[in-house]
Design a binder for this molecule. Structure first.
Ligand SMILES: NC(=O)c1ccc[n+]([C@@H]2O[C@H](COP(=O)([O-])OP(=O)(O)OC[C@H]3O[C@@H](n4cnc5c(N)ncnc54)[C@H](OP(=O)(O)O)[C@@H]3O)[C@@H](O)[C@H]2O)c1
Length: 216
């Protein structure tokens, strides 16, 4: 079976992705900061391995890469992110730096897979409406993520890997709030469908969970 690796799967969209891939029989590697108390992630049925990872920790990232070893990752999804309650350093480390540290460590595993696909969850809040960098910390961090993605993606594509960044919708999670209009199930289903269908033609795009292109 194909292999999915979901970074930040303790809650929210990452948990929904892990559940969805596992339910379809995929082999799933899912990360959480609390592997000894995995909560809902621990209850996911299927071929799922839980790894402990704080995405700010280079040793943890290296340990995850080592655990995967010479295995392959067909779909790698980086969902971990923070919106509030952290200082600037943590916001930038989690939202803008970690996706590239994680992908860097796992890239060879993706490149040796059959599907070779990477998706990083960004946000519409990171878009430069009218030219300027978003003035709020979260928007700025996602804007930096988007800029870095556009810079590095051609290198990933040259290695045969298809990658995109996603706005997952305004989703009913702890981050999005329970009143948000899009359910985790809807967002996950859209994201999964698009990853499955995307070809190298789509690589480098900023997509929404509905498959439309989002302006940078
Ligand atoms: N929900 C929305 O409406 C929305 C909209 C636009 C973009 N997004 C983006 O979509 C992604 C998922 O959002 P969500 O709504 O699912 O958020 P969420 O429910 O708040 O979940 C955030 C996830 O990120 C993990 N995380 C945070 N800091 C981490 C760290 N240092 N190391 C490892 N994991 C860490 C959390 O783990 P812990 O449980 O350990 O904290 C949790 O699993 C994020 O990148 C977010 O910016 C969401």
């Amino acid at each position: 079976m194909p292999v999915a690796t979901i970074i930040g799967a303790s809650r929210g969209i990452g948990l929904g992705l892990a559940e969805s891939y596992a339910a379809d029989g995929w082999t799933v590697h899912a990360t959480t900061r609390e592997p000894k108390h995995p909560g809902d992630l621990g209850a996911v049925a299927g071929d799922l391995t839980i790894h402990g990872l704080d995405v700010r920790d280079p040793n943890g990232i290296a340990a995850l890469a080592e655990a995967i070893g010479d295995g392959a990752i067909d779909h790698l999804v980086h969902s971990a992110g923070v919106l509030r309650g952290v200082d600037r350093e943590e916001m930038m480390a989690v939202n803008a730096d970690a996706p590239f540290n994680v992908v860097g460590a796992l890239f060879d595993a993706v490149a040796r897979s059959a599907a070779k696909k990477i998706a990083i969850l960004t946000s519409q809040m990171g878009a430069r409406r009218g030219g300027g960098t978003p003035s709020d910390l979260y928007g700025e961090s996602k804007c930096i993520l988007n800029d870095r993605f556009r810079e590095i993606e051609p290198k990933w594509r040259a290695a045969g890997v298809t990658s995109v960044v996603f706005h997952p919708g305004w989703v009913a999670t702890d981050m999005g709030g329970r009143g948000a209009p899009v359910s985790v199930r809807e967002s996950v289903s859209g994201i999964r469908r698009i990853i499955a269908e995307m070809t190298s033609e789509e690589s480098g795009k900023f997509l929404t969970w509905k498959g439309t292109e989002h302006p940078w």
